[in-house]
Write a protein that binds this ligand. Sequence first.
Ligand SMILES: [Zn+2]
Length: 139
Amino acid sequence: MILAERYHDISCGHRVVGHEGKCRFLHGHNYRIHFTVAADQLDEVGRVLDFSVIKTALCQWLEEHFDHKFLIWEKDELLPQLQEVSGESLVIVPFNPTAENIAQYLVEHIGPQQLKEYPVRLVSCKVEETAKCSAIYSL
Ligand SMILES: [Zn+2]
């Protein structure tokens, strides 16, 4: 297996339901999200996949769906109130939006959807909330 990686930076709000500390409050991060794509063999040029394809298939998806938006869990008790004041900036997700759950969602749902036309798969995603704190989900 051969891997290729590209990262993308987005700004995004969230809160972590059930967090014992300040992460339960509405806040945001300048996320750095690393995508690792795998192929069983290189293409005729010698690549896993052109890096520009990772950009258009995965980084662009982040730009369109998460960047400058607020991720909120569908079961968050604050959802109805937030929908009243900022409905269009909310992204309602089926998970508590921790870095771990975001990484898993991207690998399990967005990777297969966005890369289905290519002979590669998204095998890992690293979500950095800060330069010091990150989570990785790998197949
Ligand atoms: Zn946070």
